[in-house]
Design a protein around this ligand. Structure first.
Ligand SMILES: Nc1ncnc2c1ncn2[C@@H]1O[C@H](COP(=O)(O)OP(=O)(O)OP(=O)(O)O)[C@@H](O)[C@H]1O
Length: 325
């Protein structure tokens, strides 16, 4: 359990933020069986190409923006085991969001497939929730915090009493029990993103997909939210795929870091993060192994930016951290 997650609350423009997660509620020996396996097989996505299947509900990028076809994802094959927390990094424009949208069933692949458990993903599956960077756009300003969290549960057909329980539990878990009746616009950015996380978690997903969820919050809040994600992940045992630009964030959060090449993207390296389950912002980030991983992933991303599509181990000063190393 991260120390920071249970540390004293911070003060934000929206008022004091209480403790994020009760440390006692997080069992370090948690069995990660609350999650489902994600299997990505030969995934390719060309915008403006001939897509297989229909345009999924909620897709904002199913087609090309016009002009020549854009090959965003060339060929990705990897597996995320049930209850694993995997981060995805890569150069800007590599195709990270495209990958996440394909995982979420918001975008049909041009070829290849995504499986949730044994079931091919052909549209947004019931067992998945997505948290995006733009919390401001994902929350309904005319609904209270509690109603925002409750809305997807109504759509899912969850009974009223259970809805109330889930809303209460998840708002408490993200440290927002006191602002259940406030409106999103009355909260700081970090608090709004907590609402978005609470909403996703209340849905009781097997897989949580997060696309640069903390890119728009300040550094201190970011650390708190990172600890919140790890604490919730450990408590719920769900599968998490977390896309980020931030190499340190990827290493701090992940059990593995998938490093993508530049567009059209392929997997440059699947880096195992051997930092153990208990992480905290000071100790973990100061550890020699963290420094080694940071150097390694940084070098990989630099190679990716220079056009590398396969690992060039000879150019690495760090030892490889991948499972095949
Ligand atoms: N709807 C679309 N039509 C055409 N091209 C698109 C569309 N959406 C994304 N692209 C292009 O696909 C490529 C990958 O985009 P994507 O947003 O997936 O990358 P990313 O790695 O998430 O980028 P960033 O790190 O900047 O957020 C980019 O070149 C982008 O311009």
């Amino acid at each position: 359990m991260s120390r920071a997650a249970g540390s004293a609350g911070s003060v934000s423009p929206g008022g004091p933020v209480p403790d994020v997660v009760d440390p006692a509620a997080v069992d370090p020996a948690v069995d990660h069986t609350g999650g489902a396996r994600l299997d990505v097989r030969g995934l390719r996505k060309v915008y403006g190409g001939i897509a297989r299947g229909g345009v999924a509900r909620g897709s904002s990028g199913a087609g090309s923006r016009g002009g020549a076809p854009v090959e965003a994802v060339a060929d990705l094959t990897f597996e995320v085991r049930p209850g694993e927390l995997v981060c995805v990094v890569g150069p800007s424009g590599a195709g990270k969001t495209t990958l996440l949208r394909c995982l979420a069933g918001l975008l049909p692949p041009t070829s290849g497939q995504v499986l949730l458990g044994d079931t091919p993903v052909t549209g947004p599956p019931a067992g998945m929730a997505v948290v995006l960077q733009e919390y401001g756009r994902s929350l309904f300003p005319w609904l209270t915090v509690a109603r925002n969290v409750e809305l997807p549960l109504r759509e899912k057909g969850v009974a009223k009493r259970r809805r109330a329980e889930l809303v209460e539990e998840t708002l408490a878990a993200v440290g927002l029990a006191d602002v259940a009746d406030a409106y999103p616009w009355q909260l700081s950015g970090g608090m709004q993103q907590r609402v978005a996380i609470a909403r996703a978690v209340a849905y009781e997903p097997q897989v949580l997909l997060m696309d640069e969820p903390f890119a728009a919050v300040d550094a201190q809040t970011r650390f708190e939210l990172e600890d919140l994600v790890r604490a919730l992940w450990r408590r719920l045992g769900i599968t998490v795929v977390f896309v980020t630009h931030d190499i340190d964030e990827a290493i701090y959060l992940g059990e593995r870091v998938l490093v993508l090449s530049a567009r059209p993207t392929v997997l440059l390296e699947d880096v195992a993060v051997g930092l153990g389950p208990d992480r905290d912002q000071l100790g973990t980030r100061g550890a020699p192994e963290f420094a080694r991983l940071r150097t390694h992933v940084y070098e990989l991303v630099q190679q990716a930016k220079q056009g590398a599509r396969t690992l060039d181990a000879a150019r690495l000063t760090s030892a490889t951290g991948g499972p095949d190393a």
